[in-house]
Design a protein around this ligand. Structure first.
Ligand code: SF4
Length: 540
């Protein structure tokens, strides 16, 4: 195997024997084969789009198939088999529609690919089509990987949005073009830079759709104090990102004497009016995804994993953990069709919390609506010199000790600065009491990683109010990345021309020195150094 798609990749280069995430070589090969099968489908779909032939169901399948290969989503080999078969079936169906129009089948192996009949055969096919067989030119291979990993993030957000009824054919059209292009060897560096920037644009659209789905279904988040303790009673913990799964569980547990707690990226869901209205949606438990082994082991109820972020369940809580949607782990019970009765049954069997514990609260719900609702006060505070600078300290959390940088950065940020945050990187400092500036909290939680869309809207609105560009605002982006959704978000920020982003805790293994030079020269991207040095460089 060879996988370098996430930040924790082995030795900063690639996982080659076993994934640091727990991914085994067979799963790595099957994930590569899913992408290869989707590339064959993409060749046909891209040609079909030129003839005005599109198919929404094929697009929705594409999102799921590509998303399933994202880090920490599915570790169950069997679950990839139908995805590979379906990609080929849809490719054949689409080509059948093109034949009468005189459009020939694409002349590439991926568009002729036939899956093996058993799992071992599929693994062998995956090994024969590794994602790293991208290009003999190292810099073009680097950009191809950047685009494919970005596409995985786009597919994830597009899938979340589609679950809430939001869809745009243009997002799928871009993914088809990008995956089909990755099979070509005739595109130069300029063409790949263009594809990378358009990946950012497609991701902005996917995040906009998801924002419309979330806020349209559940209302705009409002500032909300969320308990981080617990109360006596049966309990279910929900992790991942999927608001619809959470709502389904909240409905299914009404009146059953079970409290619902969030974990990880689910924390911001407490700010949505139509979710917080459920009286048994109690509070938040634990911190970020990489702490789940310790935290899940101590949770006295059932656990539901939605979307990504699962780690190898320990024997102590394997009977308590359930996966849904695209998430999978061999041996963990998978519940589908929005039927969470097995999760509820397990929660009722387990003891639940036996006492009340008050550990205070953390504040969420500072999405674009809430922040821009007090834009006048924010602008006045900046003009009066009460707010000197804004820092967006956000992104993914992870296990590396270098991530303490983000905790220290927030602790050391001067008291006349405001910290905007999003995604699970916030768990490095989410419970710190940073105080207020003229009634404006110094720590504003914008939401999940996809709420980068909300952060962008806040930045654009402030730039409009100050009659300047985003790069001229007293705003610095201090980002942490881990998996491929972060790659997509970074490309979105670059596609919007946002400069001088500080990125850590380490740079992606798939970026070559020449591509890094390009990013530094054109976008001023900087690796993080130390909190003291970076604060000094930004604030002078
Ligand atoms: S997803 Fe990350 S940790 Fe897992 S195998 Fe790939 S690079 Fe390694």
């Amino acid at each position: 195997m060879f996988c370098n798609q996430c930040e924790q990749t082995a030795k900063g280069t690639a996982c080659t024997a076993l994934g640091v995430c727990g991914k085994k070589p067979d799963v790595a090969a099957l994930q590569d084969l899913v992408i290869y099968a989707c590339q064959g489908l993409s060749c046909v779909a891209h040609a079909a789009a030129q003839k005005g032939v599109t198919d929404k169901d094929t697009d929705l399948f594409l999102y799921k198939a590509v998303f399933s290969t994202l880090t920490n989503v599915n570790f169950d080999p069997e679950r990839f088999v139908p995805l590979i078969a379906k990609a080929v079936e849809l490719r054949v169906c689409l080509q059948a529609k093109l034949n009468p129009l005189g459009v020939p089948a694409p002349d590439c192996d991926a568009a002729r690919f036939t899956p093996a009949s058993d799992l071992d055969g599929l693994v062998a096919q995956g090994e024969a089509h590794p994602l790293t067989a991208l290009d003999p030119d190292a810099d073009i291979a680097s950009l191809k990987q950047t685009v494919i990993y970005g596409v995985k993030g786009v597919a994830a957000y597009a899938d979340h949005a589609a679950l809430l009824g939001q869809y745009d054919a243009g997002v799928a059209a871009y993914i088809y073009e990008a995956l089909a292009s990755a099979l070509r060897t005739d595109l130069d560096l300029g063409a790949w830079v263009d594809l990378a920037m358009r990946c950012g644009t497609a991701n902005l659209k996917a995040m906009e759709l998801l924002d419309a789905g979330n806020t349209g279904t559940y209302g705009h988040p409002v500032p909300t104090a969320v308990p981080i303790g617990h109360r006596k009673g049966k309990a279910i913990l929900v992790s991942g990102h999927d608001l619809k799964d959470l709502e389904t569980l909240l409905k299914a547990t009404q009146g059953k004497g079970i409290d619902i707690y969030t974990h990880g990226e689910m924390l911001p869901t407490h700010g949505y009016p139509k979710l917080k209205a459920y009286p048994h949606f109690f509070g938040h438990y634990g911190t970020a995804w990489q702490n789940q082994i310790k935290e899940f082991g101590a949770f006295p109820g059932a656990i539901l994993m939605t979307t990504n972020c699962i780690q190898k369940p320990q024997a102590s809580y394997l009977p308590n953990i359930f996966t849904t949607g695209l998430v999978g782990w061999p041996g963990a019970v998978h519940v589908g069709n929005e039927d969470f009765s097995a999760v509820i049954k397990r929660a009722l069997e387990l003891p639940g919390f036996t006492d009340d514990e008050d550990r205070g609260t953390v504040n969420v719900g500072f999405g674009r609506n809430a922040v821009l609702g007090v834009a006048g006060a924010v602008i006045d505070a900046v003009k009066a010199g009460k707010i000197r600078h804004f820092f967006l300290v956000g992104g993914c959390d992870g296990a590396k000790p270098g991530r303490n940088y983000y905790t220290e950065f927030v602790e050391k940020a001067p008291k006349d600065t405001v910290i905007l945050t999003l995604a699970c990187g916030k768990f490095r400092f989410f419970d710190k009491q940073l105080g207020e500036i003229g009634g404006i909290p110094r720590l504003l939680d914008i939401g999940q990683c996809n709420d980068a869309y909300s952060a962008i809207q806040i930045a654009l609105a402030l730039a409009g109010a100050f009659n300047c560009g985003v790069n001229e605002l007293p705003l610095s982006l201090i980002l942490s990345w881990y998996e491929q959704k972060a790659v997509a978000i970074l490309l979105t920020l670059l596609s919007l021309g946002i400069k001088n982003i500080r990125l850590g805790p380490s740079l992606p293994a798939f970026i070559t020195p020449n591509v890094l030079d390009f990013l530094v020269n054109n976008f001023g991207i900087k690796p993080i150094t130390t909190p003291d040095e970076d604060l000094k460089a930004i604030l002078g």
